[in-house]
Every structure is written in C-alpha cells, then in structure tokens.
Design a protein around this ligand. Structure first.
Ligand code: ZN
Length: 66
C-alpha cells in the first residue's frame, strides 16, 4: 500500500495558461507501476489513458452510490 497522490494533471493545468479553461484538474492515485486511479470516478487507467481522462468530464462515484 504505497499509493501516492499524482499531481501531474494539476501541474499540466497550471502550465497550460489561461486559454485552456476546458481543462479539468483531476487527481490520480498511482496504482502499481503504470496504472493510475481517478479519485473522482475511481476508474483505473494507464498513464496515457489517465492523461486523456484528465481532459474529459467524469461522474463522481459517490453520486452513483447514493
Ligand atoms: Zn474519472
């Protein structure tokens, strides 16, 4: 259990400049070596897929559990 918060998506958001208002700042948890889990929908993605996922809206899992 050595999960660490991956804030790469957040850094990308800051580095993009003010024109990228459609960028959603998401936080991913590193799972294993190459997998990352979205803290919003709890889906697991590869590094590349998580990068793509950070640019699209997703449904918070809490809303579905209710
Ligand atoms: Zn998600």
């Amino acid at each position: 259990m050595s999960h660490e918060i991956d804030q790469e998506a957040e850094k990308t958001q800051r580095g993009e400049g003010p024109t990228r208002t459609d960028r959603i700042g998401k936080v991913f948890v590193v799972v294993g070596q190459e997998m990352r889990q979205c803290l919003i929908c709890e889906c697991v993605f590869t590094r590349r897929a998580s990068c793509d996922h950070s640019t699209v809206p997703c449904m918070p899992v809490i809303a579905m559990r209710k």
